[in-house]
Ligand binder design. Structure first.
Ligand code: PMV
Length: 320
């Protein structure tokens, strides 16, 4: 048996809107969440099933299997088929996969699981490929997964995915960001991310979106490099609002900005104004709020969360 694990990632500049083969229409930037992991095992196939690949849930603690629909299983196995072809792997296998965090609710479980599948197949092949090639393989299964095969900060644009060179460079200790996810609603998403990518193209706000994302990436890079947290936070805030505005203006519209999410965002904004400081805030495609903060902002983050004690908080990144 061969296995691999991969972390999830949270995008600060979002990949939303795609072309053929999951090619992104705009650059995106993400931070790895080492505590939210997927594991994929590749087992030899039994004699009775030697003519096809199969997927099975991995239910060995701490791994819990995602509740994959038939379509989800088909997509996963299709990607495995592509990997076998590209990596020259003959035969059929049984794939087992599980996550140690809730799937399908805007915590990018597909990023982690497709990256883990790609890494496991790559390991099985025994090949030695550059990171960019492994990321390219993963991207074909699930776009955002190409940002989960590399180190902490990953940049992905139409030339491929690579480490974000500015990640390690700041003077104010923000390289080592911590992450917590405030789980407001862990229900399965009704609109899959593939459908979201398609639907945002119908929004009247889509024209100009790639340009807006590129401009924010540039602004974030400059602000990060000079240690300007206020601007970084604002850029990340504007970026998730932009993506969610595309959702709510697409045809048909959909939204994750539920009442408790809006109330929590308002609280985060009030607290930021009170303290003149606070975590960066972002939402993925789901009604859950990601907080990214520096070690010296921990007390502000604690104060905020004390006001909402009824919600589950999952730690995606600790001190590394
Ligand atoms: O990789 P996909 O097709 O599941 O796209 C996910 C895109 C977002 O998670 C919504 C944003 C991002 O950049 O991760």
């Amino acid at each position: 048996m061969i296995f691999a694990e991969a972390p999830s990632n949270i995008a600060l500049i979002k990949y939303m809107g795609k072309g053929a083969g999951n090619q992104p229409l705009n650059p995106s930037l993400s931070l790895t969440l080492p505590n939210f992991r997927s594991r994929v095992e590749i087992h030899p196939q039994g004699a009775e099933d030697q003519y096809q690949d199969q997927w099975r849930p991995l239910e060995v603690p701490p791994w819990k299997s995602p509740s994959l629909s038939d379509k989800g299983v088909e997509k996963f196995l299709r990607h495995f088929g592509l990997l076998k072809k590209e990596l020259g792997l003959p035969g059929h296998f049984q794939i087992r996969s599980g996550n140690n965090f809730p799937g399908d609710c805007g915590v990018a479980s597909s990023a982690a699981s497709f990256a883990a599948l790609t890494l496991a197949a790559y390991r099985l092949s025994g090949k030695d490929l550059p990171l960019a090639r492994v990321a390219e393989l993963s991207r074909q299964g699930s776009g955002s997964s190409c940002r989960s095969v590399g180190p902490d900060w990953m940049l992905w644009d139409d030339t491929g995915a690579r480490e974000w060179p500015h990640g390690a460079k700041t003077q104010h200790g923000s390289t080592n960001l911590r992450h917590e996810l405030v789980l407001i609603d862990a229900q399965k998403k009704e609109v899959t991310s593939s459908e979201a990518h398609r639907r945002v193209l119908t929004s009247a706000q889509f024209p100009g979106r790639p340009e807006r994302a590129r401009n924010r990436l540039r602004a974030f890079e400059v602000a990060w490099g000079t240690g300007d947290w206020t601007t970084c936070r604002q850029v990340v805030w504007d970026e998730f609002q932009d993506m969610h505005a595309l959702f709510s203006t697409s045809n048909p519209p959909f939204s994750y900005l539920t009442k408790p999410v809006i109330e929590f965002l308002a609280l985060l904004q009030r607290e930021y104004e009170t303290h003149g400081d606070g975590p960066m805030v972002t939402l993925d495609a789901g009604p859950n709020v990601h907080l990214l903060y520096r070690a010296d902002q921990s007390s502000i983050k604690d104060l905020i969360l004390e006001r909402w004690p009824h919600w589950t908080v999952l730690v995606g990144r600790e001190k590394t």
